[in-house]
Design a protein around this ligand. Structure first.
Ligand code: ADP
Length: 480
């Protein structure tokens, strides 16, 4: 059977450009689709990030289009195959993406021109695909999150991209809390289309990328089954649409890239797993906790993530204070950035308990790997979690998850007292989080039981293979 071709369009892809879990997914899923008889290609913007400086490029396409009366020029480059096992293209739009961060400026704020940059990226990609001179063709286009949510609509309903109208589209919601919505005064950002379609990209009086994607994509999925259920509960419109077209909506759990995340070979670890897990933990703790007291024989609980309301970062500091007051023998490592108030609270906590708490404010991929390797528990007090990858990385590196029972965490972390391999809690409150960390510390005291669970957790199969099969099954249906 001839292999079919899928193009992933995304603003992130590991290792080129990563801000969070979407990059992990877009960097890993394509690799695993190859075994499912799909030939994957990825296209992202070209940023001024270190990875791009290390690549060799070939200019494959140049184009321009009018947006709000001004012309936008762009170039498409193909990256010479190296570390990536799939074709990778990046779109250079001068003045829009040639910045040294993906979404946030140096003050942690979004850029002012998000509408222009996101739509310019989508239009450039569409023009490239639509132009017979570009000589590229795909059987399916897979769009990742709101930044590229207008694409299914642009393909199906605009004259400008009419060659693409029969190509099926797949849309993945990586995080339903974020959206690209613009006032109608920005209509000229999009190419011309019949006014009768305006209502189809409208939500609450705005042009809305997620609403457009949900209406025009041929398939929509979330990154875990439980998150789809939760989204339906909160969005009656989604509930209604999925009742009308049940086959169009699904929840597919993300996997993790076992090639990148392997404690035995992980290039970002200075101490790989070579002998026992105890030894692995000991040497990695020694590396990152050198400032802390009693580092080898007391448990380490860590948090890695964005300091955002979603992640429950605000619950963390007061809960840790209570745990320190009650249990004493425990260390914490916090790696993250985001809300300046939480950043300040974390630093104050570290200053107050400098023998017990370490932190790094910022984004540091290597340190994240090191922390998974050193920790005994990873805490995830998320208010909602579309999938969550940290819990899976943690288990593979011998750390159990202390996770709130929501979204993808619900699908992957079952409480040890209910036969699972983690510590699960229900409420997004300081009390419940404190209680959960306390239960984790009690479990840790029973080293025999803890190590048995840890050993099982390390053997859990969170690889992409199963989920890639599910994606391929839906792709095959859409392209039959
Ligand atoms: P998100 O909602 O942020 O996408 P996920 O759990 O899906 O959450 O993915 C988070 C990814 O980002 C993981 O690979 C995690 O290790 C990484 N990560 C989050 N914050 C940091 C940080 N400050 N430094 C390094 N890696 C981080």
């Amino acid at each position: 059977m001839a292999k079919k071709k899928v193009l992933h369009i995304s603003t992130e892809c590991y290792p080129a450009a990563k801000a969070g879990g979407m990059a992990d997914v877009v960097g890993a899923l394509p690799k695993y689709l190859i075994d499912q008889s799909w030939v994957p290609t990825v296209v992202t913007p070209r940023y001024k990030l270190p990875w791009f400086d290390q690549q060799t490029f070939r200019n494959v396409y140049s184009g321009s289009f009018e947006m709000e009366g001004k012309s936008t020029l762009f170039d498409i480059y193909k990256v010479k195959k190296g570390t990536l096992s799939f074709d990778y293209y990046c779109i250079d739009i001068p003045g829009r993406f040639d910045r040294d961060s993906i979404y946030l400026n140096e003050f942690g704020h979004g850029f002012q021109d998000e509408a222009e940059r996101n739509i310019a990226f989508q239009r450039s990609a569409m023009q490239w695909l639509n132009d017979p001179k570009s000589k590229v063709s795909f059987d399916l286009v897979h769009c990742h999150d709101h930044q590229v949510g207008f694409i299914p609509f642009l393909m199906k309903k605009t004259e400008t991209f009419k060659r693409l109208k029969d190509t099926p589209t797949f849309y993945t919601i990586h995080n339903g809390a974020y959206n690209s919505r613009y006032p109608w005064t920005r209509l000229d950002l999009l190419p011309k289309f019949s006014p009768k379609f305006s209502q189809h990209i409208e939500w609450d009086g705005y042009m809305d990328a997620v609403a457009a994607a949900m209406r025009f994509a041929d398939h929509v999925n979330t990154v875990s089954p439980s998150y789809l259920d939760e989204m339906k509960e909160h969005m009656p419109a989604l509930q209604f649409m999925s009742e009308k077209e049940p086959d169009k909506f699904s929840g597919t759990l993300n996997g993790i890239d076992n090639e990148v995340w392997d404690p035995r070979t992980d290039e970002l670890l200075s101490n790989k797993l070579t002998t026992t897990v105890d030894q692995f933990k000991k040497v990695n703790k020694a590396d990152i906790l050198s400032e802390l007291y009693h580092l080898n024989n007391i448990p380490l609980i860590s948090f890695i993530g964005r300091f955002a309301h979603q992640k429950g970062g605000d619950l963390l500091v007061p809960a840790i204070e209570r745990v320190l007051a009650r249990f004493g023998f425990v260390n914490f490592f916090i790696l993250g950035s985001g809300d300046p108030f939480i950043e300040k609270k974390v630093q104050e906590l570290r200053d107050k308990y400098s023998e017990r708490v370490a932190c790094f404010i910022g984004y540091n991929e290597g340190l994240a790997h090191q922390i998974y390797a050193a920790s005994d528990f990873i805490v995830m007090p998320s208010r909602f979690e579309p999938c969550g990858l940290n819990q899976m990385f943690a288990m593979r590196y011998g750390a159990l998850a202390i996770a709130r029972n929501t979204g993808g965490l619900k699908d992957t972390v079952v409480d040890f007292e209910a036969g699972g391999l983690g510590v699960s809690f229900d409420y997004d409150s300081v009390d419940d989080l404190t209680h959960a960390m306390g239960r984790a510390l009690h479990l840790y005291k029973d080293q025999k039981r803890y190590k048995k669970l840890r050993s099982k957790a390390m053997k859990m199969d969170f690889s992409w293979t199963k989920s890639a099969k599910e994606y391929a099954r839906i792709y095959n249906q859409l392209t039959r």
